[in-house]
Design a protein around this ligand. Structure first.
Ligand SMILES: [Zn+2]
Ligand SMILES: [Zn+2]
Length: 226
């Protein structure tokens, strides 16, 4: 009977022959196999962030706090460092500036021997944690390809559209971003954004004012045209 448990934080499974259990090693294998696509997502998230900043500026929302979140870059660094540390236990280890995907490929055939090294719990644990963190960052709202901009300013038959305008930032850099209202179908392309941004903010101000004057009607100022 053994008292020894897996040293990966949060695992706690009994293990007799190594520092880290086979289940955690299998999880490591899966994580390593996913590193290339995870890196792709992180890079895309960074590129989208840059385009989002450009979008917010083009709309003239200078007062809006810009999403200066650098989480994707930080998560990418952490993942690369965790992989670099883990592969150093391998005989004849390497290459300080290797990229995450290359490191994952190097490490993968050694996951079984890594499990038996003295610091396996810490090393494997950090790779698993860094990858989980990076996947979570990729899914943060500020890295998604669409975000709300404000209330739709369109007026039809003297009625204000009650839809919400959203910005769509395509992954593909060759496709230009657009603003779309799903309720009335209005679309604005980047060259129309300064004007659209002004109208959206006017509409926002109207709605805010109307909310403060409880019960009164929202005034129509739809004379500016589309
Ligand atoms: Zn384990
Ligand atoms: Zn609309």
């Amino acid at each position: 009977m053994t008292e020894h448990t897996c040293e990966v934080v949060g695992c706690g499974r009994p293990v007799e022959d190594a520092q880290v259990c086979v289940t955690c090693r299998r999880q490591l294998d899966v994580v390593l196999g996913e590193v290339p696509s995870l890196v792709g997502e992180l890079v895309a998230a960074e590129a989208r962030r840059t385009r989002r900043l450009a979008t917010v500026r083009a709309l003239g929302f200078v007062d809006v706090p810009l999403p200066v979140n650098l989480a994707a870059a930080a998560a990418h660094r952490r993942l690369t460092e965790a992989l670099a540390d883990a592969q150093r236990v391998r005989p004849g280890a390497i290459l300080s500036e290797a990229r995450a995907a290359a490191l994952a490929g190097i490490l993968r055939p050694y996951s079984e021997s890594l499990r038996h090294t003295e610091t396996a719990g810490q090393l494997i644990g950090e790779v698993l944690a860094a990858a989980a963190h990076a996947w979570a960052v990729v899914d943060l709202p500020q890295h998604r390809s669409t975000f709300p901009v404000g209330p739709c300013p369109q007026v039809e038959n003297e009625q204000h559209c009650d839809g919400e305008v959203r910005a769509y930032i395509p992954r593909d850099e060759a496709t230009s971003p657009s603003l779309v209202c799903a309720a009335c179908g209005a679309v604005w392309f980047s060259w129309q954004w300064v004007r659209a941004g002004q109208r959206i903010r006017q509409r926002e101000a109207q709605l805010t004012a109307a909310k403060h004057r409880k019960g009164s009607l929202v005034p129509l100022t739809g004379t500016e045209g589309a």
